[in-house]
Ligand binder design. Structure first.
Ligand SMILES: NC(=O)c1ccc[n+]([C@@H]2O[C@H](COP(=O)([O-])OP(=O)(O)OC[C@H]3O[C@@H](n4cnc5c(N)ncnc54)[C@H](OP(=O)(O)O)[C@@H]3O)[C@@H](O)[C@H]2O)c1
Length: 380
């Protein structure tokens, strides 16, 4: 159920159907139809001056439906972001239409916005890849998801399209939302948590009893890598800022190394793998601590790397998300949401990526509402 005052895009339809000047108040009940793009069951009260009456009807909405989205029309600084209306997207083969409740904001959004991504399309485009929400409609060939499923994941391999009221996602890149996470937490997790999982288990192939160095251990990717390693009985050498010591202690890492200290690398033990989320000179100073045959894996692009080092783009799949869901619901990893902004402030969220003050943890846009989400925000 949604308050009519929130369902802005139904207003023109309601006016068209019931006539102006109608003051509309009441509740909209969403009954997503499987047959048409959007047949919406509506129970509402239309206030026409003196008379109040209840109308239960069906509106058939088609191409005139528009949704708000955070878009860019040219590459550039955060100023290029505009929140505007676009046509309601429609899911194609192997895709689902998601009513977005929250969307993540991440460093790769800035890379796309600046035109430095190798994978994103040319503008105009809608920013954002991480999302959580409710499946509204499934496209042909989708059998394991259905309308009303609560999901989280990523839109597509181009990492765009999520920061909108409705988004189309590749069905193979979403999964059912962990029960233990609210929508804000769920939208914060997919790419960074999958990146950490791939770094630790797929590329570094770290195993119980080994020692792994995490460079940038308190960051979004790093914090997941640390939690996953600790949970798998892998020893962690954490390279982090001194003010992140407490956070790392809460993950079970008792000593972290402050990389701003001179010659910090001299006291580091030899490690079986280095997971790097910072790059540059900090990484270079750590590389000598890698055991012969050890694995160096980085999530940071565009940097010179020693022979044998691996850079990769995260591949978010339903199977990997399901693995994360198990870890979340078992309490072995936790999501860390930082600043929360409404969709109309998407430009400010990009400014935060560019250095404007914000809370530590993942920046998340709150796009839609559920009762669960409201109470989550109050408690965050
Ligand atoms: N390849 C992929 O598919 C993929 C996927 C996800 C992320 N990424 C990339 O991975 C990188 C990390 O992403 P993220 O979301 O985890 O970023 P993040 O949250 O900013 O994490 C980086 C962490 O490193 C810390 N840090 C920075 N410089 C440091 C230094 N000299 N010594 C110690 N700690 C330092 C940061 O601390 P402060 O915040 O205090 O500076 C922060 O805690 C980014 O470059 C991102 O674009 C790539």
């Amino acid at each position: 159920m949604a308050d009519l005052s929130e369902s802005f895009f139904y207003r023109p339809l309601l006016s068209e159907r019931f006539g102006e000047p109608a003051e509309i108040a009441g509740t909209v009940v969403f009954l997503a139809s499987r047959e048409s793009a959007f047949t919406v069951g509506i129970e509402l009260i239309i206030d026409r001056g003196l008379s109040r009456r209840r109308i239960v009807g069906h509106l058939r909405a088609g191409k005139e439906l528009a949704v708000k989205a955070a878009r860019i029309h040219s590459f550039g600084p955060p100023d290029v972001v505009v929140v505007e209306e676009v046509p309601m997207p429609s899911p194609g083969l192997g895709e689902v239409l998601v009513r977005v409740i929250a969307a993540g904001v991440a460093p790769w959004d800035a890379i796309i916005r600046e035109g430095k991504s190798k994978v994103s399309p040319q503008p105009p485009l809608t920013l954002g890849s991480d999302l959580s929400g409710v499946v509204e409609k499934v496209g042909p060939g989708v059998t394991d998801l259905a309308p009303a499923d609560e999901v989280y994941g990523v839109t597509n391999p181009q990492f765009c399209g999520a920061q909108a009221e409705f988004a189309v996602a590749t069905a193979g890149m979403v999964a059912r939302k962990p029960q233990s996470l609210n929508y804000l937490e769920a939208a914060s997790a997919p790419v960074i948590a999958v990146t950490a999982w791939q770094m630790l288990f797929q590329y570094a192939q770290a195993m119980r009893g080994q020692t792994v160095m995490v460079v940038g251990a308190a960051g979004n990717v790093g914090a997941y890598a640390v939690q996953m390693a600790v949970g798998a009985s892998i020893h962690v050498v954490a390279i982090a800022r001194p003010n992140d010591r407490e956070l790392l202690r809460s993950f079970g890492v008792n000593s972290s190394i402050d990389s701003s200290q001179p010659a910090f690398e001299q006291d580091l033990p030899q490690v079986d793998a280095i997971l790097d989320t910072v790059g540059g000179s900090v990484l270079q100073r750590c590389v000598a601590r890698l055991k012969p045959g050890g694995k160096l894996v980085t999530s940071v692009s565009a940097q010179p790397l020693p022979p044998g080092a691996v850079f990769f783009y995260a591949e978010v799949t339903t199977a990997r998300l399901q693995t994360l869901t198990t870890l979340f619901d078992a309490g072995r990893i936790t999501a860390r949401v930082g600043s929360i902004l409404p969709l109309p402030e998407a430009r400010q969220a990009q400014a935060m990526l560019a250095g404007a003050p914000h809370k530590s943890g993942k920046i998340v846009l709150q796009v839609g509402h559920t009762q669960q989400n409201r109470s989550a925000q109050q408690s965050l």
